[in-house]
Structures are given as structure tokens and as C-alpha cells.
Design a protein around this ligand. Sequence first.
Ligand code: GDP
Ligand code: IMO
Ligand code: MG
Length: 415
Amino acid sequence: MIVGAQWGDEGKGKIVDLLAQRADVVCRYNGGPNAGHTIVADGETYKLRHMPSGILWGKECVIGAGCVVDPPVFVEELDDLEGRGIPTTRVHLSSNAHVIMPWHVVIDRAGERRLGKLRIGTTKRGIGPTYADKALRLGIRVQDLLDPKILRQKLEVALAEKNVWLEAVYGAAPLELEELAARYEQHAQRLRPFIADTSLLVDRALRDRRSVLFEGAHGTLLDLDHGTYPFVTSSSTLAGGAASGIGIGPTRIDDVIGVAKAYVTRVGEGPFPSEIEGPAQQRMRELGGEFGTVTGRDRRCGWLDLVALRYAVRLNGITSLALTKLDVLSAFAEIPVCVRYLLPDGSETEEFPAHQSDFHHCRPVYETLPGWEEPLDDELPPAARAYVDRVERELDVAVSLVGTGAERERVVALS
Ligand code: GDP
Ligand code: IMO
Ligand code: MG
């Protein structure tokens, strides 16, 4: 199980791709095209949205029931991969996954506009409204696309309500039933060969002792239940989400690898204690190429936050860590690391605050570690090794992989 341990974009795609070489099945269990997982292999850059990051190795790829899928984006991704010589015939899409419909995207955009200063800073891909409809039991599932009668019926029920909202609340044009039904019946034809009972498929793979990887999208602090609500995404991003999102028991997961950057980034709004102040943040952004994969937005950059990472270890049951982008820190003579939070009442804590006001108003307490100021290779210089050792000691978890560059082979395995 590979899970993002911060606010997303930790380099999950790269780590999953690396481990997928030796896996048989790779499964996404949450989220949709709000995810952007980058793999740089053989001089090519792939930005995956829906597809699990095992696709480049031709592995069996599963998109589970906990995911949401936007058919035109999905089809575009399939076509793009096929066009680049990557076969997609082993992709399996859960019939229980929910479908992002055009009204979800309109409502996401309009909702953010309406919130103004209080906006979440979503990716505007319709994610929140789709999961909301799922919880309301008004959603359209992938299997609904397969039966034109059911699809039409569900569209009718949904549009009766959505068109009122679109017009009266959001001032947007209503959607037309016939046109929509025809369009989504066409999408259904493209999706049909991929639709499967993915819970059964994964169960069988596990029974046959095949190696299965679960790929989390987004990050721990974007989890709907335990993240920095309301500045979160709308799915279960944690390791525990894999069991429900795929439809297997939690006892089937052996190891949980947390992926964390050697520093921290965040896209969108919300509190971020170790965010770098002033122009130094721009330097980090440029050094790390920290621009959103999905939206192209500037990622906010900060120093490594051990308090938040300790929380991620707890929430996910992380058994080892992959620390990515350590090479980006080669540029700094000194590297601050947030070891505690100073709370509004003057006390200090190593544990993630349970109360939002404490988190919103805490201040980071830094310790400054020496930098190494040289490019990283397979042999880490002593100061870089000491940085990694410090993370291990603070969290009581081994760092098993260190990222030293974006390319597939730029990774060091530590013993
Ligand atoms: P994901 O969403 O967690 O898969 O991460 P993203 O792909 O959105 O963002 C991570 C970015 O960092 C991508 O551009 C990767 O190519 C890049 N990357 C991953 N690992 C490393 C690393 O160890 N060093 C450097 N310099 N870049 C990396
Ligand atoms: P990967 O998988 C970084 C953030 C958005 C926003 C909040 C809610 O590439 O790590 P949403 O569109 O999901 O309703 O937006 O969550 N967000 C991500 N940030 N990486 C991601 O995915 C993200 N997915 C969602 O920026 O703050
Ligand atoms: Mg990303």
C-alpha cells in the first residue's frame, strides 16, 4: 500500500511506478482526475489522472469503487497512452465507481466562485459534488451507463433537481436530458470493455498469491475525515480507505509505505504551519518545479513538518517511508525542520492538534539541520544521511527509499 503522507504531490506516481515492476496488479482506490501522478521514464513524462501508476509496465490496473471517473477525461487518457505505445487492455474499472457528470463540474466551479475568499481552492474537476451525490444516493454509477433505460431514468431524476440548482442558485444554463443521454450512451460504449467486478478480481489475485499494490491518490492531510477540513478533498485518502475503496478486508494489507517529500507542498487554500515566508518560497518552488500537475497552479512550499508527518504515520499505520525530492534540498546551506508546534496557549506539542483553531493558529518550532550543498548520487553525503536519520528517529519509522531526481531510476534504497 502506497499512500501520500502530506498534502498530495509527494511523488506517489514515481514510487508506485518503481514498485510496480515487481507487482502483478496495481489499484487506485480513491479520487478521480483531481489527481496528477507524474512518471518520468526513458526521457518521457507521463501525467496520469485516472490510471494507476503501474500502467507503464503493462500491469493489471484496477480503478476501484471508491474512485470517481469522468468518462471523457478517462477516454482521453486511454487514447493518449495508446498513442504513446502504452497498452491499456489490462485496465479494469469498477462498475460501482461513481461518474462525474457535467453538472458536477459546473457546481464545483460555481461553488468556489460563490465562496470567494472562503474558497477551498479545488481542482474544479467536479470531485466534491460527485462524492456528495454519492452520499445523497443520487449518484450515477459506472454500471448505470451500461443500460440505456436505467441511465435515462437516473438522468431524469438527477436533472429534475440539478437543473433547478444550476439555474436558480448558480445562474448556469440547465442541461438537456436527450442530449446528455445520447452523449453518455456513447461514452458507455468506450468504457464497456473496461468495466469489471474489481473487488472479485483483486480478491482472486490475492488468493493466487499475486502481488498487489494499492495506490493512494492525494495525501493524508486531504483526507475527508482526518485531514485539514474543510480544506480537503472528498474521499478517503488514508491507507484504510484502500480496503473500502477496493472492496477487500483490511487484513489483506501487509505493508504501508508513506510517501513524503523531504520538504512540504500544498496546492489550494488552508492552513500550512511550515509554509516558507517571503521570497524564499519562490526559490523552493523553482528548485522543485512545484507547479500543479492538474491545474498548473503554484504549489505553496514549506519546510519538512515532522508533527504533521507523525500524524500521517499514525493515521495510516505507515511501516516505512519513501522520502522524495531530497535532491531539491541540495541547494540549501541550512535546512530548517519543524519539530514541534507552538500553540496559542504558549505550550508546545509534537502531536497534531485535534482542534482546528489550535492548528490554524499554531506556529512552527524549527530546528536547523546542516545542508550538504552537493548533488545527490547513490551514495548520500553524511549531512544528507543525517537528515534522513533524523526523520527516522523522530518518527520511529525506517526510511527505505530516497528520491534523488524525477527520473524513474533516481532513487536510493536504504538498508
Ligand atoms: P504525486 O501526485 O504524488 O504522484 O506527485 P506529482 O507527480 O504530482 O508531483 C511530484 C513531482 O516531483 C513530479 O513532477 C515528479 O516527477 C517529481 N519527483 C518525484 N520524485 C522526485 C525526486 O526524488 N526528485 C525530484 N527532483 N523530483 C521528483
Ligand atoms: P495527487 O494525487 C495536491 C487539493 C486541491 C484542493 C483540495 C480539494 O496528485 O497528490 P478537490 O478538487 O479534490 O475537491 O480539491 O484538495 N487536491 C490536491 N492537491 N495533489 C492532489 O492529488 C490533489 N487532489 C486534490 O488542491 O486544495
Ligand atoms: Mg500530483
